[in-house]
Design a binder for this molecule. Structure first.
Ligand code: ADP
Ligand code: MG
Length: 323
């Protein structure tokens, strides 16, 4: 492509809310055949609110919320902000926390002062706790997850202390944007670190037929690489529905006529930087996630997945001028 046409296209993109950092991305966008999308902050608003507090026996709502919020104060994840805000709104006492660190993009751990003792607290996705040998009551949170809630399980000194439910609204235009991409022949695949039942609920709400849940941040990059190679994604990625891995229905021959397809990735940045870097064309969506903006080729300042479809249209129009 001529530099002039690309420069013009980049300028048009900027006016339409697409900040193109990498000019090559503008050339490649029209050939996106598969788009991997993150869930939290990408399909959803990324401003979750705490909706449920279910303390285990021996625990009260206030104590469970206090201990969770004490730890979450040390986390930058949007879920953390929801837990801290709810605890403050309920004036739950926040005990002192120390040595707080993120664990594998699935939660946080640290130490919290309670009743004069320092106690080990671990919270996050139920599978994180299960993987650390914490016994969870059968069917913990299944109903909440089926309703699209993200589950935050809490363990204190290795014992289950209760469950929190967090709701994050699907962006109002996510379903329309997914439909628009699918009409262009783009296969949309959701990659999320969340629980399979939560993933299924959000996929259903947005019209996404193919999704993979329980995907750790590092595995999201591997999943993008697998999509680039045309490989089926690893089974441990908890594919859905039933067996998963099947391509979403596409609108027809448009994808094939564009030749070898590229893989795009849209993410909000929290935990997504490696996956964005692994894609042929990457899009950052959502506010304030500096990590994603740095890793992404194109930043969608309007925080809408329509920006990906717009970028494909712009790419096509820009290249049409050159050909
Ligand atoms: P997504 O793939 O939906 O964007 P993330 O990869 O950011 O989500 O996180 C995956 C999962 O890890 C979340 O759904 C949540 O269960 C858990 N998790 C990560 N960080 C935290 C945290 N600070 N507090 C509670 N849960 C967390
Ligand atoms: Mg996210």
């Amino acid at each position: 492509a001529t530099p002039t046409a690309i420069m013009v296209g980049t300028g048009q993109g900027a006016r339409a809310g697409m900040l193109v950092k990498n000019a090559e991305a503008l050339e490649l966008a029209e050939r996106i055949a598969v788009l991997a999308v993150d869930k939290t902050g990408t399909l959803t608003e990324g401003r979750p609110a705490l909706t449920d507090v279910e303390p285990a026996a021996e625990w009260t709502r206030a104590r469970l919320l206090g201990v969770a919020a004490a730890l979450e104060q040390g986390s930058a994840h949007p879920i953390a902000a929801a837990v801290v805000a709810a605890a403050k709104a309920e004036a739950a006492a926040l005990p002192a926390a120390a040595a707080v660190r993120a664990v594998g993009g699935m939660g946080v751990e640290g130490r919290v002062e309670m009743d004069g003792a320092s106690r080990a607290v671990l919270l996050g996705a139920p599978r994180l706790l299960a993987g650390r040998g914490v016994a969870l009551p059968a069917a913990t949170g299944e109903a909440l997850a089926a309703a699209g809630r993200t589950l935050v399980a809490v363990a204190v000194d290795g014992v289950f202390a209760g469950l929190l439910g967090v709701a994050d609204r699907v962006r109002a235009d996510s379903a329309a944007a997914v439909a628009r991409l699918q009409a262009k022949g783009v296969r949309v695949v959701m990659l999320t670190g969340d629980h399979p039942a939560t993933a299924a609920a959000i996929a259903a709400q947005t019209g996404i037929a193919e999704w993979h849940a329980g995907v750790l941040p590092a595995d999201k990059a591997a999943a993008v690489a697998a999509l680039r190679d045309g490989r089926t994604l690893a089974a441990e990625a908890e594919p859905g529905p039933a067996g998963g891995g099947q391509p979403a229905e596409t609108a027809g021959g448009e994808e094939r006529s564009r030749g070898k397809g590229h893989v795009g990735m849209a993410g909000d940045g929290i935990n997504d930087a490696p996956a964005l870097a692994a894609a042929d064309v990457s899009f950052a969506i959502g506010v304030g996630a500096d990590v994603a903006v740095e890793a992404a080729d194109i930043t969608l300042v309007r925080n809408s997945l329509h920006g990906v479809a717009d970028a494909i249209d712009l790419s096509r129009a820009t290249l049409a001028k050159i050909r």
